[in-house]
Design a protein around this ligand. Structure first.
Ligand SMILES: N=c1c2ncn([C@@H]3O[C@H](COP(=O)(O)OP(=O)(O)OP(=O)(O)O)[C@@H](O)[C@H]3O)c2ncn1[C@@H]1O[C@H](COP(=O)(O)O)[C@@H](O)[C@H]1O
Length: 111
């Protein structure tokens, strides 16, 4: 571990590490092995981890859910990196939604 546990700092460090694995040897780096598999491999692993997190949530085991959520975030950032989408891009999308209820957004799509 190097640096703070602040969620923003951790995610930014992880994104930097993941980006550094582009073009690295798949034998030495798990991230590189995912990236080498392209969009399908990255999306498949992300989907699997998301389902595992959902099952952990239903089980009520908080420490299991926490571990699975970490897997989800790691695999999400790998999938985004493979598509050249940054966490800043995602932050911009979330910030643009701030203050608008999901109910209101959904209703606006029906009109
Ligand atoms: N945060 C993670 C991280 N979280 C989960 N994982 C890996 O994600 C995989 C989860 O997949 P599974 O549970 O399905 O395990 P598996 O069956 O072995 O996986 P598959 O063979 O099916 O792909 C495991 O191999 C975990 O080790 C991670 N691998 C790497 N990181 C970070 O990425 C950095 C770079 O890692 P490398 O690219 O391997 O150098 C590391 O220092 C970490 O900070």
């Amino acid at each position: 571990m190097s640096g703070s546990n602040d969620i923003g700092d951790v995610l930014r460090r992880l994104e930097t590490t993941i980006a550094s694995r582009k073009g690295a040897s798949a034998d030495s780096s798990y991230t590189a092995s995912l990236l080498a598999g392209g969009a399908q491999k990255c999306a498949k692993k992300f989907g699997e981890e998301a389902v595992e997190a959902a099952l952990a949530a239903v089980s009520g085991d908080k420490s299991h859910l926490t571990a699975e959520a970490a897997d989800v975030l790691y695999h999400l950032i790998v999938m985004l990196a493979q598509q050249d989408v940054s966490l800043n891009d995602v932050a911009d999308a979330l910030a643009a939604r701030e203050g608008r209820s999901g109910h209101d957004e959904k209703a606006s799509r029906k009109t």
